[in-house]
Design a protein around this ligand. Structure first.
Ligand code: ATP
Ligand code: MG
Length: 388
């Protein structure tokens, strides 16, 4: 069986609360271990997972768990120096001739181990070079680090380190409603909150027949990708046609975006009430499009009783795209099916809508009826990840 070392990030700083955070993390890990047919051991500041599953599958399933910063396949041997050297040799041999710079780093969490870390480093390195290792040494910034850790019962060796999600474990009770459109931004916004331990539920406003079914399928696909980071994700698909028709019939087109966003907030608020949620998340970013001004954001959030989280607020488009590519939502987001907001979008959206004007236009609308009709026509789905 192959073992893997899973390192906690910030989690180790949590003092007395650490136990709770670790339990949240294990709640995400355990169903994945079933898929991998693996086992785990919880140690002081890290976890060890053992499984025979293919390493790529292990990597896909474990690197998407919030609260884990990195993963290394580890090789476990006894405290016997000869055995440590033998194991080290097996690990580094495949890299001979690769020209990569190399260093050995030893740690001694078990202070009873008789050889000090620096001595062990030198001893192992000398033996490896005597056996024919030809890699240039770089003690500060090597491409390849052989890590040796003498633990209480055995010694762990690793050369690979896979970056993982980082952040804090998903706390199931901290529910956040993500306004998920089919674009590039909102999935990234949701991911950033998941990374900080938020359990996301996605809310999509669908406007048939103005938006095609493919637009909805695209959102379902995005929600499914985000489910990778929390095992299960609830998606609410709200029928928004009634609201959009009412707005288009009665209101100044330049205020459409703000008016429709205010309705999204009202409906999302009701959904969060039903789901005992804590916040509403959007993919808005200051100044990215004409309507995303600070003034409009103020008007959109006017009477929303939940905090509105806008994790992308200060990011440039290129930075957002980089995250979208990394988490695997980008390719789906750039499919061409238009969202209702781009279809109804006025040629010149107002950049500074006045609240008074908005209130005047809204007084002509039957707000409560429109909201409850939309809620009555909401379809809910539970999505689970596809790990390939
Ligand atoms: P995105 O790339 O996320 O679509 P965007 O840059 O296109 O964002 P807007 O269209 O102005 O920006 O939308 C701002 C935010 O409003 C979105 O990030 C999303 O959170 C929310 N939103 C917009 N349209 C919808 C929709 N149809 N369903 C759910 N949320 C939406
Ligand atoms: Mg959009």
């Amino acid at each position: 069986m192959q073992s893997y070392l899973l390192r906690y990030g910030e989690l180790v700083l949590k003092g007395r609360n650490r136990r709770n955070f670790v339990n949240e993390l294990l709640a995400v890990l355990k169903p994945r271990l079933k898929i991998l047919d693996g086992r785990f051991r919880s140690l002081h500041k890290k976890l060890i997972v053992t499984t025979d599953a293919p390493p790529e599958q292990v990597r896909a399933l474990l690197s998407t768990i919030a609260g884990i910063t990195s993963i290394s396949p580890v090789y476990i041997c006894s405290h016997d120096p000869d055995e440590i050297i033998e194991c080290a040799w097996t690990l580094v041999k495949p890299f001979i001739g690769s020209g990569r710079s190399f260093s050995v780093r030893a740690k001694r969490p078990n202070k009873r181990f008789p050889i000090r870390s620096t001595e062990l480093q030198t001893m192992v390195a000398d033996s490896l070079y005597m056996r024919g290792l030809d890699l240039p040494v770089d003690l500060k910034n090597a491409d390849l680090n052989l890590n040796i850790s003498t633990e209480v019962h055995d010694t762990w060796l690793s050369v690979e380190k896979w970056p993982a999600m980082g952040g804090l474990p998903i706390q199931k009770r901290n529910v956040h409603g993500l306004l998920l459109s089919g674009g590039i931004d909102s999935p990234v916004a949701g991911y950033l909150i998941q990374k900080r331990g938020g359990q996301i539920q996605a809310i999509y406003f669908h406007t048939p027949p103005y938006t095609v079914e493919e637009a909805k399928d695209k959102v379902i696909e995005l929600a499914q990708i985000l489910s990778k980071f929390q095992n299960q994700l609830k998606l609410h698909i709200v029928s928004f046609t009634g609201v959009m028709k009412a707005i288009v019939a009665d209101c100044d087109p330049s205020c459409m975006v703000v008016l429709s966003r205010r309705f999204m907030m009202r409906i999302a608020t009701e959904i969060m009430r039903q789901e005992s949620g804590h916040s509403i998340i959007t993919g808005e970013c200051l100044g990215q499009v004409a309507s995303q001004t600070i003034e409009n954001m103020g008007v959109i959030g006017e009477d929303v009783p939940y905090p509105i989280l806008r994790p992308l607020i200060g990011m440039d488009k290129q930075e957002i795209i980089r995250v979208a590519r990394r988490i695997g939502t980008y390719e789906t987001s750039i499919q061409p099916f238009e969202d209702c907001c781009s279809l109804f979008a006025p040629a010149e959206p107002a950049t500074r809508v006045s609240l008074r004007k908005i209130h005047r236009m809204e007084s002509a609308l039957k707000i409560d009826d429109l909201v409850s009709q939309a809620l009555n026509q909401t379809e809910t789905m539970i999505l689970t990840p596809k790990f390939t």
